[in-house]
Design a protein around this ligand. Structure first.
Ligand code: FES
Length: 194
């Protein structure tokens, strides 16, 4: 006996469902992969293309004096899917110093506060130990203070468990200033490169 009801083709229904699922999956991947790539660039920019520890020429010694001055570190950030030129990957404070042998040298510090990653600035603040207003590195987030040579002014009350992170720097014979740029793990006493 034949029926008037339309025949439901289960294979066709399953095929249609699979096509839809594959298309949806491909669409999600197309969106997710660039986002993943972008997120990695933001979170771990120095891990791309060996930027961590790379040396940059930032200025010449003639532009520096004993008060730290901030310089942006700019490079091209590349990932598997993205290449972004002229990106600021960090900021460095530089100041001119006199070496023990009397020659001119340079001192470099990361601008990132070792406590929780805010950007420190050079500011006039009241030194809690001396009561004097001094030029120092100051973190606006939780008030940590560092001397111009990077030491915590009061380690007992400082939120940061370590001094400001110094960076390797040198001046060549032409007076050009080079810095090895590096990020470090936050919130711990050890200065561990990341
Ligand atoms: S982030 Fe600088 S004191 Fe907390």
């Amino acid at each position: 006996m034949s029926s008037d009801k339309p025949i439901t083709n289960n294979n066709e229904t399953r095929r249609s469902f699979c096509k839809t699922a594959i298309a949806a999956g491909a669409g999600a991947a197309a969106v997710a992969l660039p986002i993943y790539g972008g997120a990695r660039m933001v979170l771990y920019p120095l891990q791309q293309e060996g930027l961590s520890g790379k040396e940059y020429q930032l200025t010449t010694i003639d532009n520096l004096d004993s008060t730290p001055r901030s310089y942006a570190v700019v490079d091209t950030i590349r990932d598997a899917w993205v290449s972004a030129p002229n990106q600021t990957i960090g900021n460095v404070f530089l100041r001119k110093v006199t070496n023990e042998d009397g020659s001119v040298g340079v001192e470099a510090f990361q601008s990132v506060c070792p406590h929780a990653g805010c950007r420190v600035k050079v500011d006039q603040q009241k030194n809690p130990k001396t009561g004097e207003v001094e030029t120092m590195f100051y973190c606006p987030c939780h008030g940590d203070m560092f001397s111009l040579t990077g030491q915590r002014i009061d380690p007992d009350t400082c939120k940061s468990a370590r001094d400001l992170d110094s960076l390797e720097a040198r001046v060549d014979e032409a007076g050009r200033v080079f810095v090895k740029f590096q990020n470090f793990q936050l919130g711990c006493a050890d200065k561990s490169p990341v």
